[in-house]
Design a protein around this ligand. Structure first.
Ligand SMILES: Cc1cc2nc3c(=O)[nH]c(=O)nc-3n(C[C@H](O)[C@H](O)[C@H](O)COP(=O)(O)OP(=O)(O)OC[C@H]3O[C@@H](n4cnc5c(N)ncnc54)[C@H](O)[C@@H]3O)c2cc1C
Length: 413
């Protein structure tokens, strides 16, 4: 039976486990915490929606492809009996100027210009979105909002830890699969041993060995060390979600975004977020105050509405690549990458030599819900040598070899 080791039990890792187990792989999952979804994927809830870009850029196309795939995937997962909290209730992206009282309306303008250019190019489904004025937005949300913007039909919210649990439960329940989890084991090193990858803890104690190893999600930042990648521009960006009692104010009926977001009341709580702490971590109370200020602005709450953060408020880190796109595919072989190779006439990323059996799926930044399922499916197809459900340019845009490729080309320029 084909055997893979997956490192990391968040949205990225759970999706990879599920995609491989359903294909009949033997899968060994390794997670440093005692339970899955203990880091970024453990938030109370998160939102998803497509993205509009005037020029239909790769980020927008990848986000649309991710949303389309995730919606199908979640429905299919549910049809197998899996239970997790989610709703495809749509989502609103308010215009920036509207919130600040100005006249700007960026998402609506981008939508209009995108439509003038024939919508989102490429083979993927066009974004189902429409511009809404303030009254229309407020009617959709069921609360008075600060302005209008764009309504995305394919938006909503998910409880990520429940989704992760549902995916792992499916792995265990599939007939004839061999799915083993090692919780409370932190991977310290990964090394070649014969034809296998051996995964060891920090003390050098072996945890598992297999021909295929996948560094999933937050583990991406360690990949450079484990697999000798000298060009690996993936940062860890902290952020905080603030959770308040749903009785504190009237929640919108759907996620409302601007420079942050507010989610509907989910299991008695309203989620407001999220801080993006690239230039140093904020203390929790400052981040909570900023999140609640954003919530009050979006929902036009009068001053003085008491809102106390509940203990479910939490901070976590997102793995973010320099170009903000995910990192999914086979790792390049650093020893075989040369300037002569990357500057050869007509050379493509896909021509670069890879480390046999070493893969990554992650750097999902603030879009883990949107990208993790598609990323896992793309990765499973790549591992099995099949065509992924994504056009070639987009597959290249998330190729883990792109960083080394560009750096080596630049180095010789
Ligand atoms: C404040 C905040 C708000 C967010 N809001 C949204 C949102 O609304 N919508 C959305 O789509 N996304 C949102 N995100 C992003 C989303 O949470 C992430 O994209 C997603 O959780 C990433 O999943 P992951 O599996 O890649 O990472 P993680 O959930 O971090 O999982 C990685 C796992 O790998 C394990 N691991 C790492 N190193 C090792 C090791 N050496 N050995 C063993 N295990 C290891 C970790 O313990 C962890 O469990 C938000 C993130 C934050 C921080």
């Amino acid at each position: 039976m084909r055997h893979a080791i997956v490192i990391g039990a968040g949205l990225a890792g759970a999706a990879v486990c599920e995609r491989l187990c359903t294909r009949g792989w033997r899968v060994t999952l390794i997670e440093r915490h005692a339970a899955p979804a203990a880091e970024a994927s453990g938030n109370h809830a998160g939102s998803f929606h497509p993205l509009i870009a005037r020029d239909g850029n790769r980020m927008a196309r990848l986000t649309q492809a991710g949303v389309t795939y995730a919606l199908d995937y979640w429905r299919t997962l549910e049809a197998t009996g899996a239970q997790f909290g989610w709703q495809a209730c749509g989502a609103l992206q308010l215009s920036r100027g509207a919130v600040h009282g100005g006249a700007g309306s960026d998402p609506a303008v981008a939508l209009e210009q995108g439509q003038q250019h024939g919508g989102q190019p490429g083979p993927h489904k066009a974004v189902a979105a429409r511009a809404v004025a303030r009254d229309g937005a407020s009617a959709l949300a069921g609360v008075a909002l600060a302005g209008g913007g764009v309504f995305f039909e394919d938006g909503g919210w998910v409880r990520p830890a429940e989704l992760v649990a549902a995916q792992l439960a499916r792995c265990s329940s599939l007939q004839g699969t061999d799915f083993v989890s090692h919780f409370g084991r932190a991977v310290g090193q990964v090394r070649r041993s014969g034809g296998d990858w051996q995964v060891l803890d920090a003390a050098g104690v072996p945890i598992a060995a297999a021909a295929v190893v996948i560094a999933a999600g937050g583990a991406s930042a360690d990949v450079a060390r484990w697999f000798g990648q000298s060009t690996w521009p993936i940062d860890s960006v902290r952020g905080r979600l603030t959770v308040i009692d749903a009785r504190a104010c009237v929640a919108p009926r759907l996620p409302v975004h601007r420079d942050g977001y507010v989610l509907p009341a989910i299991d008695g709580c309203i989620v407001a977020g999220a801080s993006y702490e690239r230039d140093g971590a904020l203390d929790a109370s400052t981040a909570d105050r900023d999140n609640l200020r954003r919530l009050a602005r979006l929902l036009q709450l009068p001053d003085g509405v008491p809102m106390a953060p509940l203990p479910q408020s939490r901070s976590a880190s997102r793995a973010v690549a320099l170009d903000r796109l995910p990192v999914v595919g086979a790792l390049p072989d650093p020893a075989a990458l040369t300037h002569a190779l990357v500057t050869r006439k007509g050379v493509r990323l896909s021509d670069l030599p890879r480390l046999a059996g070493a893969y990554v799926a992650g750097a999902y930044a603030s879009r883990g819900l949107t990208w993790a399922a598609l990323g896992a499916e793309v990765l499973a197809c790549i591992i099995e040598g099949n065509a992924p459900p994504l056009d070639g340019n987009l597959v290249e845009s998330i190729d883990p070899a792109r960083f080394a490729f560009r750096a080596l080309r630049r180095a010789g320029a």
